[in-house]
Design a protein around this ligand. Structure first.
Ligand SMILES: Cc1cc2nc3c(=O)[nH]c(=O)nc-3n(C[C@H](O)[C@H](O)[C@H](O)COP(=O)(O)OP(=O)(O)OC[C@H]3O[C@@H](n4cnc5c(N)ncnc54)[C@H](O)[C@@H]3O)c2cc1C
Length: 469
């Protein structure tokens, strides 16, 4: 009898579970084992009951224009229950009030300057500055390189400030993109954090013209949903993956942190609370810091650079508020905060019960309020009650809510969101090449590398599974 080669997947977030599920489905010749440090699977995906409904503590939607997460939902039979946000537009807290974001934004970049002017968000000078982009024929930044991998990268802020001016960046692009990773768009890799803009920026010295062309060429149905949500909670996705792994007899060991990694002949030996676990190949889906610790002895150069990737910590505070206490109608998906008008604690607010029909209630509004960003940990240093109080002050300022919430819960995502710095795609390519040469048979996947959204994590899990020999 021949023994099957063993692949160990480290980390049971969406990336690791997808990798293990893909192997369990397609590779009966392999034995697959999953090792997870915490008591549960899902990683950054977590749904718990709140105000009688399944409300997400982390991710609550995934991008519809890329196929990977939707395809996985189809494979798991989840696609039939997917839902689109009930509200398509959002506000931004800017110039001391809430202004509805104009139509025609692509990742915050305005392509309809009339709509932008009508929104009142950007001053007449700011619009005139942005309009210079439309007639620009000379390249004014480094985006005209011919590097499709974005190795010759720059920050989002560098590009947008140069092409469209500071005001458009600080009032539109920065709040939108900084919200995705609780970071700072002035230090965010254009290639890794805003690939759609990077592609357009390389096409023409006029970013607006290139984005208009891109949008027209995509011929997307304007009524098609931009996001999908899972009404029973995003965690259903990872719960179903676990169920399918269990059905396929793939062991998923919880409370099982991998603490060390060493060579074992042509394979690898992992130190775990179960004792040593041998593997022929490994898929590491852990965040950058634990992955760097594991690689330290076997691929030191990669470990050293990977270990320097910074992460932001953020709190997601879910509030139930009586609708009679709201000072504004909940007629959008929520609001972002402009870089020009920072609030003391709140960084974004999703009007969850307006955004999702399944969370709506005649009397109670559910809000998901974000606090904390890279380089600013003061919100995370507060205990739960003072954090809720601090956010209540900001909600009084922005939404006129002057009564205390009916219920609240605080979820802290410490080191939850990787910060992609300019040059990130090039560094990722180097890490992968370094591991391939120093530690063959080890594969890197997950939010630290090629995108932190759910579709990107699913794609990386699939790719890591496909790379197993
Ligand atoms: C507040 C918040 C909101 C978000 N909202 C959205 C959204 O709306 N849409 C979207 O697309 N994305 C969103 N994201 C991003 C997305 O949820 C994450 O990027 C993604 O879930 C990360 O998946 P992953 O598998 O790569 O990593 P993780 O989920 O971090 O999984 C890694 C796993 O490895 C385990 N681990 C760590 N060390 C070890 C070890 N030594 N041994 C074994 N296991 C270990 C961890 O416990 C964890 O379970 C959000 C993220 C956050 C934090």
């Amino acid at each position: 009898m021949t023994t099957r080669r063993r692949v160990v997947v480290v980390g049971a977030g969406i990336t690791g579970l997808t990798a293990a599920f893909t192997l369990a489905t397609n590779r009966p010749d392999l034995e697959v084992v999953v090792l997870e440090a915490s008591k549960r699977v899902g990683g950054k995906i977590l749904t718990t009951p709140f105000a009688g409904r399944p409300v997400d503590c982390g991710a609550d939607a995934f991008l519809a224009r890329v196929p990977e997460a939707l395809d996985l939902c189809r494979e798991l039979g989840l696609d039939t229950i997917l839902t689109a946000p009930a509200q398509k537009s959002a506000y931004v807290w800017v110039n001391g009030g809430l202004s509805r974001l104009p139509s025609g934004l692509v990742l915050g970049v305005p392509t309809d300057l009339e709509a932008l002017a009508a929104s009142g968000i950007v001053s007449a000078d700011g619009i005139a500055r942005a309009a210079q982009d439309l007639t620009r024929t000379e390249w004014i930044d480094s985006a005209n390189g011919d590097d499709p991998n974005g190795v010759d990268d720059q920050s989002v802020g560098h590009l947008i400030r140069a092409r469209l001016g500071d005001e458009v960046h600080e009032k539109l692009v920065s709040p939108l993109l900084s919200g995705v990773n609780a970071g700072d768009a002035d230090h965010l890799s254009l290639a890794a954090g805003a690939a759609q803009i990077a592609v357009a920026a390389r096409k023409s010295p006029s970013l607006i013209s290139a984005l208009r062309e891109q949008t027209a060429a995509a011929q997307t149905n304007p009524d098609a949903p931009v996001f999908h949500g899972i009404p029973v909670g995003t965690q259903t996705l990872t719960d179903l993956l676990l169920a399918r792994l269990t059905q396929a007899d793939v062991p998923v060991h919880l409370s099982c942190p991998v603490t060390d990694l060493s060579r074992n002949g042509n394979g690898w030996l992992l130190t775990t609370p179960l004792g040593p676990v041998a593997a022929d190949e490994l898929i590491l889906t852990t965040p950058a810091a634990p992955t760097a610790r594991l690689l330290d002895a076997v691929a030191p150069a990669t470990a050293s650079d990977l270990g320097s990737v910074e992460y932001a910590s953020a709190a997601m505070v879910t509030l139930a508020v009586s609708k009679k206490d709201l000072g504004v109608p909940l007629d959008a998906s929520g609001f972002l905060v402009a870089q020009t008008d920072p609030l003391p604690t709140l960084t974004a607010c999703s009007w969850a019960s307006a955004k999702w029909a399944h969370l709506d209630d005649p009397e109670v509004a559910i809000l998901r309020v974000s606090a904390g960003k890279h380089g600013d940990t003061h919100a995370l240093e507060l205990d739960d009650p003072p954090l809720v109080e601090a956010l209540s002050v900001d909600l009084a300022t922005t939404m006129g809510i002057d009564a205390p919430p009916i219920a609240w819960r605080v979820t802290r995502w410490i080191d939850g969101l990787p910060q992609y710095r300019p040059g990130h795609p090039g560094r990722v390519a180097q890490w992968r090449a370094g591991v391939a040469s120093d530690a063959p048979g080890i594969h890197l996947a997950g939010a630290a590398y090629d995108g932190l959204g759910l579709p990107a994590c699913v794609r990386q899990g699939r790719q890591a599974a496909a790379a197993i020999s």
